[in-house]
Design a protein around this ligand. Structure first.
Ligand SMILES: NC(=O)c1ccc[n+]([C@@H]2O[C@H](COP(=O)([O-])OP(=O)(O)OC[C@H]3O[C@@H](n4cnc5c(N)ncnc54)[C@H](OP(=O)(O)O)[C@@H]3O)[C@@H](O)[C@H]2O)c1
Length: 295
């Protein structure tokens, strides 16, 4: 385990990083990765117990941590979060807007509209709330970085992921506008577009409900996404797609939806998914079934 002294030499030594959705999955790994690089963390999510566990893990790495149980869809809760962060640390250098949910189901299901509304509420309006809460702090400081979590599906939708893809496209557009609005100051905006990642997000979706290409895909490790977030914040990258080979899909889609659809369909065939580095080991359901069920 690295000590505080080693952490002090990290790229984020004594920087203050606020991560939403830090109680598990990608957000937890993002918080730990910044702590390993010397940062102090403000952790936000709804589950107080899990946040407290992550807070302890960060302290063990030699960094300071403050967990603030927060529902990002509540403006009052977000105001309290930003107040708690600035009272404790006096500044916020990096905001990682990671909290979110995802649902799987075809557009013709009765719950589709509700799925869109719920996902918009948590993943988009939550992001807008937190961004609007933190931006005045960054403006006052004259510097800061915002990293927003989208998905490959924020640039190319897949069947059965309509509700999620709608919201991830919205996150992408929000981030694009924001980056241009803050342009000229010392505030940077990055967007991360990961492919399927091994977290609890889709635990409730049965394997058969997933779109065919996803059934044999090997998910990214949350740690790999976390490293990409830290690197994006460090180098001010505007856009990061993970894995890099997913750029071929996005390039195909940019040329024509026919080409995009063809690539999406081709991924249904395991040898092609293997060739593109997207099917290299355990499937999503094999990955999550080997972990204890979250309580
Ligand atoms: N897993 C994937 O395949 C994948 C791929 C691309 C992008 N992403 C994106 O990555 C982000 C993290 O997802 P994950 O895979 O790590 O999922 P996860 O394990 O389900 O974690 C989601 C996190 O968001 C928090 N959260 C959800 N609703 C919230 C709310 N209203 N207020 C505050 N916190 C809330 C959850 O904490 P509480 O329940 O404690 O509130 C949890 O910490 C999401 O934005 C997701 O869209 C995921």
């Amino acid at each position: 385990m690295s000590t505080k002294k080693e952490n002090d030499m990290g790229a984020f030594a004594d920087k203050v990083v606020l991560v939403t959705g830090a109680s598990r999955g990608i957000g937890r790994e993002v918080a730990l990765a910044f702590a390993r690089d010397g940062a102090h963390l403000i952790l936000a999510a709804r589950s107080a117990d899990r946040l407290a566990q992550v807070e302890n893990e960060i302290r063990e790495l030699g960094s300071q941590a403050l967990s603030v149980p927060t529902d990002v869809t509540s403006r009052d809760a977000v105001t309290a979060l930003v107040d708690a962060a600035t009272s404790r640390f006096g500044r916020i250098d990096v905001l990682v807007n990671n909290a979110g949910i995802g649902k799987v189901g075809p557009i013709e299901t009765a719950t589709f509209e509700d799925d869109v509304r719920q996902t918009l509420q948590a993943s988009l309006f939550g992001m807008i709330n937190v961004t609007q809460g933190v931006l005045p702090v960054l403006r006052l400081q004259g510097s800061g970085t915002i990293v927003n979590m989208s998905s490959v599906m924020g640039r190319k939708a897949f069947s059965r992921f309509g509700s999620y893809a709608i919201v991830m496209h919205a996150v992408s557009a929000f981030s694009d506008s924001l980056r241009q609005e803050v342009n000229g100051g010392n505030i940077r905006v990055s967007v991360i577009y990961p492919a399927l990642t091994g977290s609890d997000m889709l635990r409730e979706a049965a394997e058969a409900e997933m779109p065919p290409p996803f059934r044999h895909m090997t998910p990214l490790q949350p740690e790999a996404v976390a490293r990409a977030v830290v690197s994006a914040a460090q180098h001010g990258k505007r856009r990061v797609v993970l894995p890099r080979t997913a750029n071929m899909l996005l390039l195909g889609e940019a040329v024509s939806p026919r080409v995009g659809d063809l690539i999406a369909k081709a991924l249904t065939f395991r040898p092609i998914a293997k060739l593109l580095g997207m099917s290299r080991g355990k499937t999503y359901h094999e990955t999550i079934s080997s972990r204890p069920n979250p309580v």
